[in-house]
Design a protein around this ligand. Structure first.
Ligand code: GLU
Length: 433
């Protein structure tokens, strides 16, 4: 039986694992440190609108299953809200709210004219047939239709949602509206108005921030080593870019296990293996690796590219990397962060590190509006410029204020949003004297 002390400790841990509590705590700390008027915190701390929907789906066996979905819109003062839709069994209202706040900060840091949004459905997509998944995707869009649109809130892919899912969703929206509205959603297939370079954009952005961090630390990437937790779209693309830069990736894990090769895994071969429909941890030409052991590998760079709450008080002590690049959203708990601070690890925080996805989504939205499409090289060049600018902005704040990268990123994002509150007349004097 749990003792009272264990129970109290478990409660604290649970509390710290709620991403909504975590992001609100970070907002509170940052606004206080910036000597911002408390009203700014109160305006930032919760989304302006959250919708919960029921999504009845007739399953292949004839039975109706009713799924629950959400869409959270944090703030639209810098532009329409923007952010992905995830399909995952752990989706819940607080997670979606937190993710929408992170989207606001991400866009603000990169100076994109968007606020934050996020959606999700509580579902394990592996348990659904293709037809069931399509019905689920279409019905979700139907249910959130009153809230979305190219000038209101623009969805995109996130965990377990692909360009194919985006194709179903935009088709449903266009049918409901009666005409083509390509800018209502991003991350769609290129043939129906998607942007060249969008699929690889988040991973490309992660690798750009790693190059910037390596140059701050004087680390030579050619021959450096890295480990990755998560091998979905973002993880696998990041691996590919790092491999091209000469980084040896020695370990990769997913939720079920992983693979290890101290001489560096054969990334192109693993990509082929996964493309054929296999899962990464079953790749035969490597040693097995557990998800616990990936944290402690002797590498220069560690990349959490899975879900929230992975770098915790239990896993952070093992980390040996000099750079932690947060490709996932919210991969670190406050306790895990404290440990990384004590170890003086250079953390590229999520709201900067993984902002490449929404940046190319912004380019997609712009191309949809002008009905003129750029070549991939042009998109990639624009992405590189944006990511470097964002990184430099955060780095300058870190140097000037002698704070950590995460605090500097929050400072950059909050500052931008606060200027907008001021410009719109919501707050007269943002800074306390
Ligand atoms: N889901 C991605 C993210 O978390 C991309 C969002 C978007 O492209 O709007 O940043």
């Amino acid at each position: 039986m749990q003792s009272r002390k264990d129970k109290a400790e478990a409660d604290i841990t649970t509390h710290l694992k709620n991403p909504y509590d975590i992001v609100q705590g970070l907002l509170k700390d940052s606004t206080t440190a910036l000597r911002l008027n408390e009203n700014v915190y109160h305006l930032l701390k919760q989304p302006m609108r959250v919708l919960e929907v029921s999504i009845p789906v007739r399953m292949d066996d004839g039975r109706i299953e009713n799924f629950t979905g959400y869409r959270s819109q944090h703030l639209d003062i810098l532009g329409p809200t923007k952010g992905g839709i995830r399909f995952h069994p752990d989706v819940n209202a607080d997670e979606v709210k937190a993710l929408s706040i992170w989207m606001s900060l991400k866009s603000a840091i990169l100076n994109l004219p968007f606020g934050g949004g996020k959606g999700g459905i509580i579902v394990d997509p592996d348990e659904l047939s293709e037809r069931e998944l399509e019905t689920l995707s279409r019905t979700y869009i139907e249910k959130i239709t009153p809230l979305i649109g190219p000038q209101k809130d623009i969805p995109a892919p996130d965990i377990n949602t692909s360009p194919k899912v985006m194709g179903w969703m935009i088709d449903e929206y266009d049918k409901l509206r009666g005409h083509n509205i390509p800018g209502m959603l991003t991350g769609k297939p290129v043939i129906i108005g998607g942007s060249a370079g969008r699929l690889a954009a988040t991973g490309r952005g992660v690798s750009i921030t790693i190059q910037e961090a390596a140059s701050v630390l004087g680390m030579e990437l050619n021959g450096a080593t890295a480990a990755l937790q998560g091998f979905g779209n973002v993880g696998s693309m990041t691996a590919e870019f790092l491999h091209h830069l000469g980084v040896k990736i020695t370990g990769i894990t997913n939720a079920h296990g992983g693979i290890y090769d101290e001489n560096g895994l054969d990334i192109p071969d693993i990509q082929q293996f996964v493309k054929k429909g296999n899962v990464v941890h079953t790749y035969p030409d490597a040693d097995p690796l557990t998800n616990e052991d990936v944290f402690g590998l002797p590498v220069d760079i560690f990349i959490p590219a899975a879900v929230e709450n992975q770098i915790t008080k239990n896993t952070a002590p093992a980390i040996q990397a000099k750079i932690v690049a947060e490709a996932a959203n919210g991969p670190t708990t406050p306790e895990g962060d404290k440990i990384m601070e004590e170890k003086d690890i250079f953390v590229i925080p999520d709201i900067l590190c993984n902002a490449g996805g929404v940046t190319v989504s912004y380019f997609e939205w712009v191309q949809n509006a002008m009905n003129y499409y750029w070549k991939e090289d042009e998109v990639n060049a624009k992405l590189t410029e944006k990511m470097k600018e964002g990184f430099q902005k955060v780095l300058d704040i870190r140097r000037e204020k002698q704070i950590r990268m995460r605090q500097a990123a929050y400072t950059a994002g909050i500052h931008q949003i606060t200027e907008a509150f001021h410009a719109r007349g919501w707050i007269e004097e943002p800074y306390d004297k």
